[in-house]
Design a protein around this ligand. Structure first.
Ligand SMILES: [Fe+2]
Ligand SMILES: [Fe+2]
Length: 192
């Protein structure tokens, strides 16, 4: 599937603001791909498609997850919007013919992160958080310093912010975020 074909699908699926968000994630992910040692030829598909299902409602996501045979955990049952990555990956694979495991993993895990993810998935998780449409202070500070911090440090910052935000809002914290963060701490990564 070419980039132009993906763009056509997105414009028929997403609102204009969400489409523009996906384009910004793609741009910043391309800028940071060498820094993350992520294969640049995989960046566009992962970045553009990560939010393909972000505007589906909870019932649609649960229904699609069931149709695709996606295993839904307790946290996702309680907050089905967390499924918009897994469902997008299933659609990308079965309907769009995208089968590179790193692209599918990056789409699947872009919301919460997860331990052991590839450089591409790490890149998309970070890019989604720091794309220039994220105007809050913490995203701006990380964005400005992105090329001067290690990918692990950037990843830890995004985990910390994702978890703190969920706690502050009274939202559920997905265990993949905790496990992804723990993995970095155990590797000796500091919040630099
Ligand atoms: Fe998303
Ligand atoms: Fe996003």
């Amino acid at each position: 599937m070419t980039r132009a074909e993906i763009i056509e699908i997105l414009t028929g699926t997403l609102s204009e603001p969400r489409f523009q968000h996906c384009l910004r994630v793609e741009t910043i992910a391309h800028e940071l791909a060498p820094h993350f040692q992520a294969p640049s030829e995989l960046v566009s598909a992962a970045a553009l498609l990560h939010d393909l299902c972000r505007e589906y409602d909870r019932d649609q996501l649960l229904q699609l997850a069931a149709n695709f045979g996606i295993v839904v955990d307790d946290i996702e049952k309680a907050e089905p919007l967390l499924l918009h990555g897994s469902v997008a990956a299933a659609i990308a694979e079965t309907e769009l013919g995208i089968n590179h495991p790193w692209i599918l993993e990056a789409i699947t895990h872009h919301i919460t992160g997860a331990p052991g993810i590839s450089p591409l998935a790490s890149l998309i998780f970070v890019a989604d958080f720091i794309e220039p449409g994220r105007t809050f202070e913490e995203a701006r500070l990380i964005r400005e310093r992105a090329l001067f911090l290690t990918p692990d440090c950037l990843l830890l910052k995004v985990y910390n912010r994702t978890i703190k935000y969920a706690v502050n809002q009274g939202y559920l914290v997905h265990p993949n975020s905790i496990a992804g963060r723990n993995e970095l701490i155990m590797k000796g990564v500091n919040d630099c």
